[in-house]
Design a protein around this ligand. Structure first.
Ligand code: FCB
Length: 461
């Protein structure tokens, strides 16, 4: 594996020395504290136990696609080190661990009889979580589409949504009794925007007309998976995982207000409306036009499937968006090492209260929130990521304010449990509570991990 050599300067302001000082904000007694990861980002072992290839294997092995030429071939080697990682989760006191299941481990080519050795890994992981008193939260799809399905059209093909329902059913058959919370598709919008509009994620396309059809098929796949779980019965709860970006006008003009509304349609309402109201937003459909592949691709009954009732909404929050009169965007707040991320905790409050007002009330889980910081490993084997402590404290405080104002927020998961393969950024960005020393695969708890352990123990920031 190639190891990041780049050392980034600190991008964010140094937090105040009292970033760890308690704010005295106590959470409800049953509040759930967790951390999140995804399969391709941490597992490695891409050729083991019958795993097939995914679009991310192909993409990361394509020269020029990933910073430093990094791949997920080894990643954090979690496939082999999961038991030690589970012990670290227990030491942190996590109540919940969100991970994803790699479709190509379960069906190498995305179809047919499930691969038991692939499922066995997740059986062991889930059992290990239960042994340690940690509730599993499993995402069915975190972007690692089997390459064979991509070759057959990928998410542009309606058939992929049907294959996904079969895959989901195989996973429910194996793990349905032991996983209390399921998330269907992780951030469909990111597949659409990064994979099909901008092209810096797999499969690396720049095709707007295809992109919005892909969005529909991802939504359809979500609905079909919800129906598959319902058909089996069983105790599991299920919902979508959306990265929601609160959109604000960049100035006071009427044109900026109008542009912001449409921007919000593409960013948020397209996904939320279809699941929670059974309609795509009219302004987005009008904007795309009747000849778009999306509009032509919607069949009778699709929106009934997509809006099959869910049990929860998983919200992932990273950044706000400020929209200009001409539909462009500007940066208003300091960014993290990820240049797309403006640090604005109030945006979390705004999006939580907004979805509750517009679609709820329904149980909400925050399934991702975090930032990358350039945390070098200190000579004394410590990692002082004070910027992460300040970021999380401020966002958790915003979540607390949302609860106080009536949002039924049930859980908070940090992205991420540990440093990992950050897609096009490779290993250059470190998002973890736990530092991974890639050459040795040693894990070192960062300052933020020690801090988060106290937050969990106190049930308060
Ligand atoms: C989210 C992804 C997750 C990770 C974080 C930083 O969009 O779901 O895998 O890359 O961003």
């Amino acid at each position: 594996m190639s190891v990041p050599s780049r050392r980034q300067p600190l991008h964010h302001a140094t937090p105040p020395a009292d970033a760890e000082a308690p704010l005295g904000l106590r959470f409800p007694d049953d509040f759930v504290w967790g951390a999140a990861t995804s399969a391709y980002q941490i597992e490695g072992a891409t050729k083991e136990d019958g795993r097939g290839e995914s679009v991310w294997d192909t993409f990361s092995h394509t020269p020029g696609r990933i910073k430093g030429g990094d791949t997920g071939d080894v990643a954090a080697d979690h496939y082999h080190r999961y038991a030690d990682d589970l012990d670290l989760m227990r030491d942190l006191g996590l109540h919940s661990y969100r991970f994803s299941i790699a479709w190509p481990r379960v069906q190498a080519d995305g179809a047919g009889a499930p691969n038991q050795r692939g499922l066995d890994f997740y059986r062991r992981l889930v059992a290990g979580l239960h042994d340690r008193g940690i509730a599993p939260m499993a995402t069915l799809f975190h972007w690692d589409l089997p390459q064979a399905l991509q070759d057959a059209g990928g998410w542009e093909s309606r058939d992929t949504a049907l294959r996904f329902a079969e895959y989901a059913d195989a996973v429910f058959a194996a793990l349905g009794d032991d996983v209390p919370v399921w998330l269907t598709i992780n951030e469909p919008k990111t597949v659409v925007q990064n994979g099909y509009l901008e092209g810096h994620h797999a499969p690396g396309r720049q095709d707007p007309d295809a992109a919005h059809l892909v969005a529909h098929h991802l939504q359809l796949a979500h609905g079909l998976a919800v129906q598959a779980l319902r058909a089996r019965g069983g105790p599991g709860r299920i919902g979508p995982a959306f990265n929601l970006h609160p959109c604000y006008p960049a100035d006071a003009s009427a044109a900026a207000a109008a542009a912001t509304t449409l921007y919000d349609g593409y960013e948020n309402r397209f996904y939320l409306d279809s699941v929670f109201t059974g309609r795509y937003p009219a302004d987005v459909l009008d904007d795309l036009g009747p000849d778009s592949r999306l509009v032509r691709g919607i069949r009778d009954g699709d929106l009934d499937i997509i809006s099959t009732p869910v049990d929860l909404l998983a919200v992932q929050y990273y950044t706000p968006i400020y929209v200009t009169a001409d539909g462009g965007t500007v940066t208003r707040w300091p960014t993290s090492q990820a240049d797309w991320q403006q640090i604005y905790p109030d945006g979390l409050y705004d999006i939580l209260t907004r979805v509750t007002r517009d679609y709820g009330p329904m149980p909400i889980s925050i399934t991702e929130n975090g930032l990358p910081t350039p945390d070098p490993l200190g000579a004394d084997d410590t990692v002082d990521d004070a910027g992460r402590v300040a970021f999380l404290r401020d966002h958790i405080a915003a979540a607390h304010r949302a609860i106080a104002d009536g949002v039924p927020l049930k859980s908070f998961h940090v992205w991420s449990l540990m440093d990992n393969f950050e897609w096009a950024e490779g290993y250059d960005q470190r998002w973890g509570l736990i530092h991974v020393d890639y050459p040795t695969q040693r894990r070192i708890l960062k300052r933020s991990a020690h801090w988060y352990r106290r937050v969990i123990a106190d049930n308060a920031v």
